[in-house]
Design a protein around this ligand. Sequence first.
Ligand SMILES: *[C@@H]1O[C@H](CO)[C@@H](O)[C@H](O)[C@H]1NC(C)=O
Ligand SMILES: *[C@@H]1O[C@H](CO)[C@@H](O)[C@H](O)[C@H]1NC(C)=O
Ligand SMILES: *[C@@H]1O[C@H](CO)[C@@H](O)[C@H](O)[C@H]1NC(C)=O
Ligand SMILES: *[C@@H]1O[C@H](CO)[C@@H](O)[C@H](O)[C@H]1NC(C)=O
Ligand SMILES: *[C@@H]1O[C@H](CO)[C@@H](O)[C@H](O)[C@H]1NC(C)=O
Ligand SMILES: *[C@@H]1O[C@H](CO)[C@@H](O)[C@H](O)[C@H]1NC(C)=O
Ligand SMILES: *[C@@H]1O[C@H](CO)[C@@H](O)[C@H](O)[C@H]1NC(C)=O
Length: 418
Amino acid sequence: MIGTGLFAVVSLCALAAPTLAKGKDAGVDMVATSWYAGYHATDVPLSSISWDKYTHMAFFVATTTDDSAQLSTDMSNGTLLPEFVSLAHKHDVKAGISIGGWTGSIWFSSFTDSAANRTRFVNSVTDFVQKYKLDYVDFDWEYPNRQGVGCNTINANDTANFLAFLQELRQTKVGKKLIISAATSLFPWNDATGAPMTDAKPFADVFDFIEIMNYDVWGPWSASVGPNAPINDSCAAPANQQGSAVAAVKAWTAAGMPTSKIVLGVPAYGHSFYVAPSNAFVANSTTTLAAYPPFNNSLAPHGDAWSGDDLLPTTDVCGNAVGIGGTFAFRGMVEGGFLTAAGDPASGILSRFDDCSQTPYVYNASDGTMISYDNAQSFRAKGNFIKQNKLRGFSMFETGGDFNNVLLDSILEATGMK
Ligand SMILES: *[C@@H]1O[C@H](CO)[C@@H](O)[C@H](O)[C@H]1NC(C)=O
Ligand SMILES: *[C@@H]1O[C@H](CO)[C@@H](O)[C@H](O)[C@H]1NC(C)=O
Ligand SMILES: *[C@@H]1O[C@H](CO)[C@@H](O)[C@H](O)[C@H]1NC(C)=O
Ligand SMILES: *[C@@H]1O[C@H](CO)[C@@H](O)[C@H](O)[C@H]1NC(C)=O
Ligand SMILES: *[C@@H]1O[C@H](CO)[C@@H](O)[C@H](O)[C@H]1NC(C)=O
Ligand SMILES: *[C@@H]1O[C@H](CO)[C@@H](O)[C@H](O)[C@H]1NC(C)=O
Ligand SMILES: *[C@@H]1O[C@H](CO)[C@@H](O)[C@H](O)[C@H]1NC(C)=O
């Protein structure tokens, strides 16, 4: 899931953006992209983006609305779109719009559930593309024929209807030249039987690439503290095999999506948990952190300002009560004192690097806060994975979550794009 955060306001300094060689200099048409959350523009001004480190960037987000096929940027400060596109183009970066997201997918199903509605939605998308001079559209439907936020319209034929819509979009004058991508679940979308589709080849024909959202694999909804964004899980105990980049790439390629069209979604954030000191360590240790410890949700720590936890109680787009999310952007972990400015555990903060998932954990034994997150080492491992498996590149959620490009530089270097 992406874009779960509320739009809390914090004051963080704008970071300098050193310029480095871009991916295309490596001689391959790889993708280095991220989602720019318009609702964090006050903390992450467009001028602070390290444009030269990217090949593409998607403005997040335009949501589906109940008004027949219309898109809205009300929640994401859409007035910034013209400047976003113009800055991207100035730096030779493809500018895209991400449509949907965790809270913005409510009407995808009804937008696509009849031929007339599909045509209306196609026109709405092509109008939007022309209005803002966009190079690409990134569909972030969470999820076809699988409930997401809780009140999405849903239909057994969602995946087939989505394909019909995309094929129609491709046929248009605008659509022929458009870069079309999609943020996807770990496993191929559900077909009409409710099981992951076994043939994704028709989607491979319409998409330039997909971004597999390999994050939120473990979180506050899980039974214990596990990796937010595991590379691997086949090396974990059976109960801890909840999905990973390895499993996702295997599932999508088995369904016919070529690796050259797979971009790995990578998170610039982590999830926090309250873990009692009695559960946090391996036997007879007060320093070596245990794997998969149990946590207590009723003592859940608040995340950083972007998590919105300090604004509770509130309700989500469905009108349901929102609980403590506990997310920390990487930069929020630095600002909050868990990590140094270089991205290393701060003094007094314990840490562990899990060899199977290839992701780090930190722990504050004084207040029981454990965070499962990503750092330079895990981003390097993800970059190596992308290179070894000949994937197309990476997409980071979200642009402003990094601190001083610690994560971005690491994955660019490992993929060979820097
Ligand atoms: C939109 O972004 C601009 C520039 O950062 C900011 O001045 C303005 O307050 C933002 N508006 C909203 C509604 O967030
Ligand atoms: C088509 O769109 C309209 C307007 O958004 C919606 O009321 C309707 O349920 C959709 N589906 C069909 C099959 O008409
Ligand atoms: C799904 O599509 C089939 C074939 O077009 C149709 O018969 C069926 O009514 C559709 N199901 C739903 C839930 O719309
Ligand atoms: C994943 O784990 C399996 C089982 O231990 C191992 O064979 C494989 O090499 C691992 N793959 C990666 C990318 O770590
Ligand atoms: C932990 O310490 C106790 C008491 O010294 C000892 O009986 C036990 O075997 C130790 N456990 C491990 C796993 O080392
Ligand atoms: C979780 O914390 C609450 C509040 O302190 C406590 O009442 C409860 O017993 C704890 N649950 C577990 C399983 O430790
Ligand atoms: C760790 O916990 C102590 C005790 O509550 C607190 O003073 C300190 O600020 C915490 N450190 C971080 C990085 O949150």
